[in-house]
Write a protein that binds this ligand. Structure first.
Ligand code: ADP
Length: 397
């Protein structure tokens, strides 16, 4: 494919690739490498047959090399891409929008690594790899935090000494901005409005979960904070907790680094259910009478409902509540159970439309009695990144 846009999304042990046609922005191939830096690293390109093993302990760079070689050998990628878009998790206060990568931008991303130690270093390794694999091809960084840079101080300041913000950048940044901004443009399109006049509450519910209040096209509040640990209950992350827990658990012999691991990897749906972080499995278990799974889902939905209520404080009107992410798009149970908590606000679902996730109703799942539209919209972060790569490099010319 000539004039392809390559999208690179490096997670802590995963690498997702996508190829887009730079003119039509049609996705022509995808790729996923998993368990990177582990003995059983593996990669898959669905457009090509089967998994292909990577060398034991393969790094992001090695996976990227192997996958772009496979794409080139198969003809899915003919020649260097026209531009490369990278998802970068933390842009701090430096980036209000995507940026064409040069040495200064790289330095700024590196500078933010302290705020996202699990993510920014692997994002950087993806950027450095494509820069040396495809010399001369422009690289664009698209930040998960950038969209939330319009948060007003009342939403981003923690009530701690102000000098922590002024001197160290301690504030709420918010994440999933790429997905929330896509929800805005898609919801506006479906509602026949312009993004700049559209106000929504966007709930991105995947393994990581966050919610955003979008007022007249701009992010006005969001549930994640300094790091992606704050806010909603997630797959294995706790979301909000009382900071007093730190001292109490210390007195119980749980050390600081252990606590970090527990809150990030052993909490959330996994911690509550004692079984899994996977919502689909939890729903099956709950249906078969597994009480801890039922409770885990109940806590998840109740926290989400509380946050939907909280997001109302930032809006002067609401055009739609939008569900997205693996759970938001697929779990009718979660959507129903969440909104059952919010009858007082006037949310009401049509059971049949909800069961099909709005598939035959343009995404709408609300009943005629509902005070607000409720939409289910599949997210497409790779497309946003590809669009930004085209916008900043004129790669479609
Ligand atoms: P990530 O944040 O890793 O991209 P996803 O957006 O793919 O994650 O979401 C993964 C979550 O979506 C998992 O908890 C999974 O169980 C859930 N999910 C996917 N399909 C369904 C379904 N049909 N019912 C309930 N949950 C589902």
């Amino acid at each position: 494919m000539e004039n392809a846009i390559l999208v690179v999304n490096c997670g802590s042990s995963t690498l997702k690739l996508a190829l887009f046609d730079s003119h039509s922005l049609r996705c022509t191939a995808t790729g996923l490498a998993e368990r990177l830096n582990h003995d059983d690293a593996v990669a898959r390109i669905p457009e090509l047959e089967g998994d292909f093993p990577l060398p034991a302990g393969a790094t992001h760079r090695e996976a990227l090399e192997a996958m772009t070689k496979a794409l080139t050998d198969s003809g899915l990628l003919s020649g260097p891409p026209a531009a490369i878009g990278h998802r970068v998790v933390h842009g701090g206060e430096n980036f209000r929008e995507a940026a064409l990568i040069d040495d200064q931008v790289l330095e700024a991303i590196e500078h933010c690594a302290g705020l996202a130690p699990l993510h920014n270093p692997v994002n950087l390794s993806g950027i450095n790899s494509t820069r040396s694999l495809f010399p001369g091809v422009p690289n664009v960084a698209v930040f998960d935090t950038a969209y939330h840079q319009t948060l007003p101080p009342k939403a981003y300041l923690y009530a701690v000494p102000y000098s922590y913000y002024r001197d160290w950048g301690v504030r709420r940044y918010g994440f999933h901005g790429i997905s929330h901004s896509f929800m805005l443009t898609e919801a506006a399109r479906r509602l026949g409005k312009t993004p700049a006049t559209t106000s929504i509450i966007s709930a991105h519910l995947g393994n990581g979960c966050s919610i955003a209040a979008i007022r007249d096209g701009l992010s006005a509040d969001t549930s994640m904070g300094l790091t992606p640990l704050e806010g909603l209950v997630m797959g294995s992350r706790s979301g909000d907790i009382d900071p007093g827990l730190f001292d109490y658990l210390k007195s119980r012999g749980i050390a600081q680094d252990q606590l970090h691991h527990v809150l990030n990897h052993e909490s959330g749906l996994l911690g509550l259910s004692g079984q899994t972080n996977d919502m689909r499995t939890l729903c099956d278990l709950a249906e078969h009478g597994h009480e801890p799974s039922r409770i885990a889902i109940e806590v998840f939905c109740f926290r989400l409902a509380r946050y939907i209520g909280a997001m109302m404080a930032s809006l002067h009107h609401l055009d739609a509540l939008v569900f997205t992410g693996g759970i938001g798009e697929n779990s009718s149970r979660v959507r129903e159970q969440t909104l059952d908590n919010l009858k007082l606000l006037g949310f009401d679902l049509d059971q049949e439309l909800n069961r099909y996730g709005g598939e035959y109703s343009g995404g709408h799942i609300e009943s005629p009695e509902s005070r607000f539209p409720v939409l289910v919209i599949p997210t497409n972060e790779e497309l946003v990144i590809a669009r930004e790569a085209v916008r900043l490099t004129s790669a479609s010319n």
